[in-house]
Design a protein around this ligand. Structure first.
Ligand SMILES: Nc1ncnc2c1ncn2[C@@H]1O[C@H](COP(=O)(O)OP(=O)(O)OP(=O)(O)O)[C@@H](O)[C@H]1O
Length: 312
């Protein structure tokens, strides 16, 4: 038996990987997966592929991955697939690293670690030999997330998103659903308790990573490796307010808006309409009331060699 790679950040031989592939993620991405697998094999990686048939499979496959056979489990799909894989890995002994082949719609994790979804060689190099960063996970009512979790309009948009429309329209489906939801939404008040203080807003996003919705920075000081959440609290109600936020986000100016509050905390409790959805990594992972906190577990996340340095 080949011994597993020690916790060294850079592997000493090509990793042995279990690729967990969500065939429903993104659009027409199977060729991209094949391109990465061919390169992995050329780099000397032993590759096993398991394909999901339904929601929850990726989590099961990762939870059952044998640490004697694999060094890493690679989520081939969007951020929802990554989320399932890390929830599965959290149930194992912690000896397997997490990697990604970004095949999804938004691929926020890829933006975070500087992985280009179209660059099969960069992805294969990272998986085979890239350094692993030890990242702290978050939890939303005990469900783990890697990038962000939140409540308010964005969670309603995720909950209402038409999967068929997403398959055909990609990111535009989020814009369409956002406008549709915003018109009929009553923007209920959310109360956020953090470190003994109470804040109020209409939307709240607790970020572990800097990016949100794609290549847009929402939380400039967030750091996957830090056991800390950066929480953006958006107070405006109504379509005009959301449009303002929707314009500020791609300009990188969301947290510069005077009414937007940004706080740091290890744990917050969000209350609002009982049962309202909470999104984590772009899927519904909990319902209000929700505690969002730093998890006990860490995961070793495989990154490209030229991954941008996190905020200090
Ligand atoms: N075989 C499958 N059939 C149906 N749903 C699946 C299957 N495998 C995984 N899923 C679910 O599909 C959901 C969406 O997957 P994922 O987020 O990876 O892709 P995406 O939505 O295209 O990408 P992104 O999150 O970047 O927008 C996940 O919540 C996952 O649980």
């Amino acid at each position: 038996m080949i011994p597993p790679i020690e916790a060294s950040p850079i592997p000493t031989r090509p990793r042995r990987v279990l690729i967990v592939h969500n065939p429903t993620a993104g659009r027409h991405k199977r060729r991209r997966l094949i391109g990465v697998v061919e390169r992995l094999e050329r780099h000397g990686c032993a590759v096993t592929i398991q394909e999901t048939a339904k929601r929850g499979d990726a989590e099961d496959f990762a939870a059952r991955a044998d640490e004697a056979l694999f060094d890493a489990v690679i989520a081939a799909g969007g951020d929802g697939t990554v989320n399932e894989v890390l929830n599965g890995l959290a149930l194992t002994g912690g000896g397997l690293a997490l990697g990604v082949i970004p095949l999804g719609t938004a691929n926020v994790l890829a933006c975070e670690i500087g992985l280009d979804p179209r660059d099969s060689e960069q992805i294969a190099q990272a998986i085979a030999f890239g350094p692993a960063r030890r990242v702290h996970l978050g939890t939303a009512n005990r469900r783990r997330f890697l990038l962000m979790a939140g409540a308010g309009l964005d969670a309603e948009v995720v909950a209402g998103l038409n999967v068929t429309l997403k398959r055909h329209a990609g990111k535009l489906a989020y814009v369409f659903e956002g406008l549709k939801q915003a018109v009929g939404y009553d923007f209920p008040l959310l109360s956020i308790r953090a470190d003994g203080a109470t804040y109020e807003g209409r939307m709240v996003v607790a970020c572990k990573g800097r990016f949100y919705g794609g290549p847009f920075i929402a939380a400039p000081d967030a750091n996957l490796e830090a056991p800390m959440l950066e929480i953006c609290i958006l107070p405006a109600a109504g379509v005009a307010g959301m449009l303002r936020y929707g314009i500020a986000l791609p300009l990188g100016k969301l947290t510069e808006l005077p009414e937007v509050q940004v706080i740091k905390a290890k744990s917050i409790v969000i209350t609002g309409p009982r049962g309202a959805p909470v999104q984590g990594d772009g899927d519904i992972v909990a319902r209000l009331p929700a505690e969002i906190a730093i998890a006990d577990e860490t995961v070793d996340l495989i990154c490209p060699h030229d991954s941008p340095a996190p905020a200090p």
